[in-house]
Design a protein around this ligand. Structure first.
Ligand SMILES: Cc1ncc(COP(=O)(O)O)c(C=O)c1O
Length: 424
């Protein structure tokens, strides 16, 4: 039996204040929570050094990138475009590792500036060898299995095109030799929201491969660390996981005389819980005595696609227009504002095809609904401009509770500025 969820970091009184100042829907990111999440990961026990690479895809807003840079993070990017955002934020290219499905125009220039390159296929490795013979390279390996919150988030195993299939390692080693490349890092990312037992199996496979490639100095285990978003979610102890990995790295060092440095690339675990989306309830309808009651809000797929795409549950919290929490609750569905049936924020757990009512504090149109866990994979992964709704604003809340606008709401003119009046 589910109960209503609490707000993560906002107070109920702040919600109408934010709505008045910035409009709705608006993302609020909390600096204190971002710092706490980073410090937690940066202090994971390790054997011979740990680098945290913030996974830019979670939230690429330049202020968020600068915040993580100030904390001491390095960066994981998935495209040349993400790399360009990091550099545009004033961060040196040498702090970037690119692990991309598409290695597009301009990648060589970024590598010349110092960006590190993680080859995820034989053809990516070849392209790097041709452009940078004799350089250092990293290999992303698909270990033959994976784990993720849902299948769509699992990026290891035979149904995943990510990384060099483990059996192609010999071919990759030969190819690297041909171009005089030094394989300094092995990289594994088996999925987002993985089971840590599967990650630890990955470490075993990874160390067998590290043993065969004497030049490897760094083991990168990607991201995907689970978080407790709902009250019913278990708490995950990433420090205990760090201890177990460190023990394996120490064993490896004793056996092979090599002290491997560890890299982790969390996105979700650093950013997601540090963001809230403030929306307004715009309507309340029902489908009769045998049906359901629905709240409609002024956000949805245009800000967050995880519920519709993965069946992911986000904590939803209603707040009354006067900034207080409702005293009574009811079972309701929540629909986004898009004119498409799939825009629901109350999927049946793990089943994006179906919906299920949730207990929420009772509200009426004009009140607010806060969607939690929206600091990552929300603004960055939304169905932009569907139904021509403008991109939402983004605000950073400082440690002293001050609000700074870090992305303005998109205007109509910005939404249509690249369209060209063709002569018909
Ligand atoms: C290579 C790589 N590293 C890190 C991440 C971050 O994963 P998460 O946000 O689940 O921590 C991803 C996510 O897809 C990824 O593909």
């Amino acid at each position: 039996m589910r109960t209503t969820e609490p707000l993560k970091f906002l107070t109920p009184a702040e919600v109408p204040v934010l709505a008045t100042a910035f409009g709705t829907p608006t993302f609020i990111y909390d600096l204190t929570s971002l710092e706490a999440r980073y410090r937690y990961f940066a202090t994971i026990p390790n054997a011979f050094g740990l680098t945290i690479r913030y996974s830019v895809k979670a939230n690429p807003n330049r202020t968020i990138l600068r915040v993580f840079d100030r904390f001491g993070a390095h960066f994981d990017v998935s495209s040349v475009w993400e790399a360009r955002r990091v550099i545009a934020a004033g961060i040196p290219a040498s702090k970037i590792l690119m692990t991309a499905q598409e290695v597009s125009l301009g990648w060589e220039g970024l590598c010349r500036q110092g960006m590190q390159y993680d080859a995820g296929s034989i053809s990516q490795l070849k392209a790097f060898g041709i452009a940078f013979p004799g350089a250092d390279v990293s290999l992303r390996i698909n270990p033959g299995f994976g784990s993720g919150l849902v299948r769509k988030l699992t990026s290891g195993g035979s149904h995943s095109s990510f990384g060099l299939w483990i059996d192609q390692a010999d071919e990759a080693i030969e190819l690297a030799k041909r171009f005089g490349l030094t394989i300094g890092r092995l990289h594994f990312h088996i999925g987002s929201g993985h089971e840590s037992t599967v990650l630890e199996q990955t470490v075993d496979v990874a160390l067998q491969l590290c043993a065969r490639i004497p030049s490897v100095q760094i083991l990168n285990l990607g991201g995907g660390y689970r978080i407790a978003a709902l009250q019913s979610d278990p708490q995950y102890d990433h420090h205990a996981m760090g201890e177990r990995i460190a023990a394996r790295l120490r064993d490896f060092a004793r056996a092979h005389g090599r002290e491997l440095k560890l890299e982790l690339e969390p996105g979700t675990a650093l950013a997601s819980l540090a963001g809230s989306l403030v929306t307004r309830v715009i309507d309340k309808v029902d489908t009769g005595a045998q049906g359901y009651r629905f709240l409609k809000i002024d956000g949805g797929l245009t800000e967050l696609m995880r519920p519709s795409y993965y069946g992911a549950l986000h904590p939803l919290v209603t707040v009354q227009a006067d900034g207080t929490l409702p005293t009574e609750s009811e079972e309701v569905m929540v629909s986004g504002h898009c004119c498409i049936a799939g825009d629901s924020l109350t999927p049946k757990p793990g089943n994006a095809e179906d919906i299920q009512a949730q207990p929420l504090g009772m509200v009426v149109p004009g009140d607010f609904l806060v969607v939690e866990r929206t600091g990552g994979y929300a603004a960055s992964m939304s169905v932009k401009n569907f139904n021509s709704y403008p991109e939402a604003a983004e605000v950073l809340r400082s440690a002293h509770g001050q609000y700074t606008l870090i992305r303005s709401r998109q205007t109509f003119e910005q939404m249509t500025e690249n369209e060209i009046d063709a002569t018909l």
